[in-house]
Design a protein around this ligand. Structure first.
Ligand SMILES: *[C@@H]1O[C@H](CO)[C@@H](O)[C@H](O)[C@H]1NC(C)=O
Ligand SMILES: *[C@@H]1O[C@H](CO)[C@@H](O)[C@H](O)[C@H]1NC(C)=O
Ligand SMILES: *[C@@H]1O[C@H](CO)[C@@H](O)[C@H](O)[C@H]1NC(C)=O
Ligand SMILES: *[C@@H]1O[C@H](CO)[C@@H](O)[C@H](O)[C@H]1NC(C)=O
Ligand SMILES: *[C@@H]1O[C@H](CO)[C@@H](O)[C@H](O)[C@H]1NC(C)=O
Length: 146
């Protein structure tokens, strides 16, 4: 009886361990925040409106450094870009990825420029356990219109 339990538990433990080891220690990456309708995408005062329905994407060099998808800001201007890091390290991601807003600022305010894209480097916030995986949170350091 005890042997039977062991015969089941040991392979499960080995599988769980190799699964955990196969995972990047960063787990799943989230780049999240709120995009505002301003020349630098930031809240320049309490009255700044948000930028809803803007296309936000993570762009890295090389482009396949992480696996990611484009997202759109919601009605509250919030975005949560998810990326699977593969074997990329945190340093590689921070030094070679930017968050890019591929929607004209004039979409949210006709007085703002229609040309250019808001681009920001990233900074690390934290890595936390989620079950036996992990989640790593990154935020923008500050957008610039380029
Ligand atoms: C990102 O999401 C996490 C988890 O939901 C939350 O704790 C954090 O405040 C968010 N960060 C920003 C900048 O919105
Ligand atoms: C969001 O943008 C898409 C295309 O960029 C447009 O078709 C849609 O009407 C927009 N929605 C809102 C609520 O602005
Ligand atoms: C993001 O959108 C651009 C076009 O707007 C497209 O070229 C690119 O492949 C998309 N990326 C992903 C991961 O869907
Ligand atoms: C990361 O994985 C890619 C393919 O997925 C591979 O080409 C690259 O050499 C790997 N890099 C390292 C440092 O292991
Ligand atoms: C940005 O958006 C335009 C139009 O929506 C699209 O044609 C272009 O491919 C996008 N660029 C990227 C890098 O996603």
């Amino acid at each position: 009886m005890a042997l039977k339990v062991l015969l089941i538990l040991v392979p499960v433990a080995i599988m769980a361990t190799s699964f955990a080891q196969a995972q990047n220690p960063l787990g799943i990456i989230h780049v999240n925040g709120t995009l505002y309708c301003s020349i630098n995408g930031g809240a320049n005062g309490p009255a700044t409106r948000v930028f809803p329905n803007a296309s936000v994407q993570l762009q890295c060099q090389p482009a396949n450094l992480v696996f990611t998808t484009n997202v759109t800001t919601n009605a509250a201007g919030r975005y949560d870009v998810i990326a699977i890091p593969g074997n990329a390290t945190l340093n590689a991601i921070l030094s070679s990825c930017n968050l890019v807003v591929n929607s004209s600022l004039s979409n949210c305010n006709a007085n703002l420029p229609s040309a250019g894209q808001l681009v920001s480097p990233l900074q690390f916030v934290k890595t936390i356990p989620v079950g036996f995986l992990r989640a790593t949170y990154l935020i923008v350091t500050g957008f610039q219109l380029v």
